[in-house]
Design a protein around this ligand. Structure first.
Ligand code: ZN
Length: 399
């Protein structure tokens, strides 16, 4: 009886540790040939894969089991040939994804795996060739799958609103760390990813708000996982949140630009820069290789309904309070409160703001943003604005 129990326990321990041992990616290479572009992923195990293409913008998506990326300092891999840029990371629990941005329609020439030889590990080789737009849309685009089964394709991670604790009347605040998983967001001067930086800010902000005990805090993500924009919005709606704060960091080709800024939703952008930023941030789902053809409105235009007007006024109120606080902390962008059609701020009932904590393209600011001290200061400023906002809600607010 005892022996059987021990064996059963051992089996559980063994299978869970096996499940944790992920194949390593040890190298990523792009080879440019006259007639094709070759993409090679080198791994410690023979990979299961599923590869497919997506149109407008043209992308190649490769789904693999959860992988450990051991690329060392070569974390950012340069494109080449037909591949303009590439991203990789966790897409959904158990699924890693590689997305290749191709500037034109492409087709698979060959997709195959090679066993270890001559000092190389297992390799997944994908040959891409250009194809005309007409031919691309004329042919069937069925995914290419490996003979080894890939774990069933799971939905991108979906945060589920927890039930409200009985008798807890505190306002709910949603902290939304931008990007994640296969979508790194902006990349800084030293190679830091926006997704990692803003997650550290989100965790610090959560810690500070919870220390006050006046609000219930929920996060759209607490790890490096991809979450669709609309799922972030839905999470705030389902949680009956009183406030949604999305954290981001920016980059700009003018490297001297620096300072924090707050964005709220509007149909017409406050300026061209805000419009460009919203367009960039709204691309998150496309960046992660999600087929948007069934819902063009997600990326193309933001329709604002009547119910949203009051929510937008409340968002503006919070933004104004936060501008004042940020001025006491560090550099802020001129016209610190800006507005544009951000998809993640589109909740009709939850006041929502997007905070760009600063510019990763500015060397001085990047260093500042990475410091614990500055993270604490920015988070502290947001907490003060939150207190001010709910104080206003209680005394002069609309409801
Ligand atoms: Zn961002």
């Amino acid at each position: 009886m005892m022996a059987r129990l021990i064996i059963a326990l051992l089996a559980v321990i063994l299978s869970s540790s096996l499940a944790l041992a992920k194949p390593d990616v040890t190298d990523v290479r792009i080879g440019v040939h006259p007639d094709k572009t070759r993409f090679v992923l080198e791994l410690t195990e023979e990979p299961a894969y599923r590869a497919f293409t997506l149109p407008d913008p043209f992308r190649v998506v490769i789904d693999l089991p959860a992988l450990e990326w051991r690329l060392g300092s070569r974390r950012v891999v340069e494109g080449g040939g037909l591949v303009q840029a590439l991203r990789y990371g966790l897409f959904a629990p158990g699924t890693s994804r590689v997305v290749l941005d191709v500037g034109e329609p492409v087709d698979f020439d060959k997709v195959f795996t090679l066993p270890p030889e001559n000092g190389y590990g297992y390799r997944l080789v994908i040959d891409l060739k250009p194809i005309s737009r007409e031919a691309y849309f004329a042919r069937a685009r069925t995914p290419l799958v490996s003979s080894i089964p890939l774990p069933r394709a799971q939905q991108a991670a979906l945060p589920v609103a927890p039930p409200k604790p009985q008798g807890d009347t505190r306002p709910v605040i949603i902290i939304d760390a931008g990007h994640g998983g296969v979508d790194p967001g902006a990349i800084g001067q030293t190679g830091i990813y926006e997704k990692d930086l803003v997650l550290s800010y989100a965790k610090e902000l959560k810690r500070l708000i919870e220390a006050e005990g006046r609000y219930r805090v929920l996060m759209t993500r607490e790890s490096d996982v991809f979450i669709r924009l609309r799922d972030r919005v839905r999470y705030a709606q389902d949680s009956d949140a009183g406030l949604f704060v999305s954290l981001h960091a920016n980059t700009h080709r003018k490297h001297e630009l620096r300072g924090a800024a707050i964005y709220t939703l509007s149909e017409t952008a406050s300026d061209a820069e805000a419009a460009a930023l919203a367009a960039k941030e709204n691309k998150a789902d496309a960046i992660a290789g999600i087929d948007l053809s069934d819902q063009p409105e997600v990326v193309s235009k933001i329709l604002i309904d009547l119910a949203q007007r009051e929510t937008m006024n409340q968002s503006k109120r919070f933004a104004n309070l936060l501008v004042k606080q940020l001025h006491t902390v560090g550099p802020v962008l001129r016209n610190t409160h800006r507005s544009a059609g951000f998809a993640v701020l589109k909740s009709p009932t939850v006041p929502s703001v997007l905070v760009e904590v600063g510019y990763l393209s500015n060397k001085v600011e990047e260093k500042l943003l990475r410091s614990e001290d500055y993270r604490r200061k920015i988070s502290g400023a947001i907490v003060k604005a939150i207190d001010g906002y709910f104080e206003w809600q209680r005394t002069a607010g609309p409801s």
